[in-house]
Design a binder for this molecule. Structure first.
Ligand code: GRF
Length: 195
């Protein structure tokens, strides 16, 4: 199975996925694609010999379909079987998502359906939650809403800040996403719940 990974930032989740796709793993990376040349993950992917591409979203400001038409080009050229969104920070239209439906995954730093959208850690703290975590889900037209493919939980500690909580969740993201991708790439749709 060929996997394309979409990023917007440092790509720590992308790195975890790249590091996992070795040996008898049923998948291999075929492309790392970003909406910004400033994404630190691009150099990290290139260091590992993974083809990279950038489609800057800024020239298309206000015309999301035009941006997505450009984004589609390197993606289609790479012919992925699976698309993994990993810290990709652009909202995608239903048209784009429908093309990849059933073979696109995303990781979100909350226990969905709680806290869709942004600032999930601050929101969990504000709510006084004692537990938080991350979710891998299938990408659908609705933001952070598709079928859940895996979750990992972390405790919320009394002196947590959004930053300390985010760091604890991120560690679990790096465990969860590779575990879900491996199962998904083997054709198994059972969700992964990490202890
Ligand atoms: C992090 O906030 C992570 O929780 C979310 O995307 C952001 C960047 O992740 N999934 P990465 O280091 O670029 O993978």
């Amino acid at each position: 199975k060929h996997v394309a990974i979409l990023i917007s930032g440092g790509g720590s989740n992308m790195m975890a996925l790249l590091d996992s796709m070795v040996g008898d793993h049923p998948a291999r990376p075929c492309l790392v694609l970003s909406n910004t040349a400033a994404a630190g993950g691009l150099a990290r992917a290139a260091d590992r010999g993974v083809p990279t591409a950038v489609v800057d979203h800024r020239p298309f400001a206000g015309d999301r379909p035009a941006f997505e038409a450009e984004l589609m080009k390197p993606l289609l050229a790479a012919r992925p079987d699976i698309v993994c969104f990993a810290g990709f920070m652009r909202i995608l239209t239903a048209g784009f998502v429908s093309h990849w439906q059933g073979r696109a995954l995303n990781i979100h730093p909350s226990l969905l359906p709680l806290y869709k959208g942004l600032n999930t850690h601050a929101r969990a703290l504000a709510a006084g939650d004692t537990e938080h975590g991350c979710t891998v889900h299938e990408v659908t037209a609705e933001l952070d809403d598709g079928p859940i493919l895996g979750q990992a939980r972390v405790p919320v500690l009394p002196d947590d800040t959004p930053e300390t909580l985010a760091a604890r969740v991120l560690k679990q993201e790096h465990r969860l996403y590779p575990a879900v991708l491996r199962r998904f790439a083997s054709g198994d749709r059972r969700p992964v719940f990490l202890p």
